[in-house]
Write a protein that binds this ligand. Structure first.
Ligand SMILES: O=C1O[C@H](COP(=O)(O)O)[C@@H](O)[C@H](O)[C@H]1O
Length: 244
C-alpha cells in the first residue's frame, strides 16, 4: 500500500501539481502509515509532502485525541513523523455535532477543489478498508447514507453501533482516479468472498457500491483475507486489479 501511495502521489504531482489523497482509518492501514513514515524505507524522502492534500474517507464521532479517532491513528503513525504541512491536512471534526461536521467537511473539500454547483471532487487516491460486516468508509449495511447521491460528505446514523459517523459518499468514492481496498486478516476472508461473489445487494454488502466510474479499482489483500478466493497467484496473496 505504501508503494501505491507513493506511485499515485508522484504521478498526480507530475500531472497536476498536487496529489489529493483520501485515507481510511481502523486498524488495517496503520502498518502502511508506519512504513511511509519510516526513514529506512525511503518513502519519507521520495514523497512530495509539500504538494499533498490529505483528507479522510470517514471519521468516528469522537474528539481527535480519542483512541477511536481515525485522525489520531494517522497522526500517531504518520503525521507526527513526516513533513506534511499542517495547512494541507483536512481532518473531519468528529468532536462536533455529526451534521455540522459533515457540512464543514464538505465545505472544506468544495473550497479546496474549487468545485462549482453540483460538481463532485476527484481524489487521486481513495484508500478504503472493509469491515467484517461488509461496510466500507462509514457506509454500513442498511443505513440511509448508502443512498446519498448528491452530497460530498454526510453524517450517517449507524443503529447497529448506536452511533453516528461522518463519511464521504459512494459517488465521491467512485469518482476517484485510483480506488484501493486494503484488506487483511482472517476475519475478513468470509466477508470478502461474499462481497465479490454475492449478487449485487449493497444494502447488505455496502462495499459492492465501490465501482469507480473512470478510475481503477485495486484490491490489496494478504493471504489470510484472500483464503476463500480463487487463487490470484501462487503465494495466495497480492493484487487483484480491475482496470476501467
Ligand atoms: O470503522 C472503520 O472501519 C473500516 C474497516 O476498518 P478495519 O480496521 O477493519 O480495516 C475502515 O475502513 C474505516 O475507515 C473505519 O472508520
Amino acid at each position: 500500500m505504501a508503494e501505491k501511495v507513493l506511485e499515485v502521489a508522484q504521478a498526480a504531482v507530475s500531472a497536476r501539481g498536487v496529489a489529493r489523497l483520501a485515507i481510511s482509518g481502523g486498524s488495517t492501514p496503520k502498518r502502511s502509515f508506519e512504513l511511509l513514515a519510516d526513514p529506512e524505507q525511503g518513502f519519507v524522502k521520495q514523497m512530495p509532502w509539500d504538494k499533498i492534500d490529505l483528507f479522510w474517507v470517514d471519521e468516528r464521532c469522537v474528539p481527535p485525541d480519542d483512541k477511536d479517532s481515525n485522525y489520531r491513528m494517522t497522526r500517531e503513525a504518520l503525521l507526527s513523523k513526516v513533513p506534511l504541512p499542517q495547512e494541507r491536512v483536512f481532518r473531519i471534526e468528529g468532536e462536533l455535532d455529526p451534521e455540522d461536521a459533515a457540512a464543514r467537511y464538505e465545505s472544506a473539500i468544495r473550497n479546496r477543489f474549487r468545485l462549482e454547483g453540483a460538481e463532485l471532487p476527484t481524489f487521486d487516491l481513495v484508500a478504503l478498508g472493509m469491515g467484517p460486516d461488509g461496510h466500507t468508509a462509514s457506509l454500513f449495511p442498511h443505513t440511509e447514507g448508502l443512498h446519498e447521491l448528491g452530497r460530498v460528505a454526510i453524517a450517517n446514523h449507524v443503529p447497529q453501533k448506536e452511533t453516528w459517523r461522518v463519511t464521504l459518499t459512494a459517488p465521491v468514492i467512485n469518482q476517484g482516479r485510483q480506488v484501493v481496498f486494503l484488506i487483511g486478516g482472517e476475519d475478513k476472508a468470509e466477508v470478502l468472498s461474499q462481497v465479490l461473489s454475492s449478487k449485487y445487494d449493497p444494502e447488505t454488502w455496502p462495499s459492492q457500491l465501490v465501482q469507480p466510474k473512470n478510475g481503477s479499482l485495486l484490491l490489496l489483500l494478504d493471504r489470510a483475507a484472500a483464503a476463500l478466493l480463487p487463487k490470484t497467484d501462487e503465494s495466495g496473496e497480492g493484487h487483484l486489479e480491475i482496470q476501467r
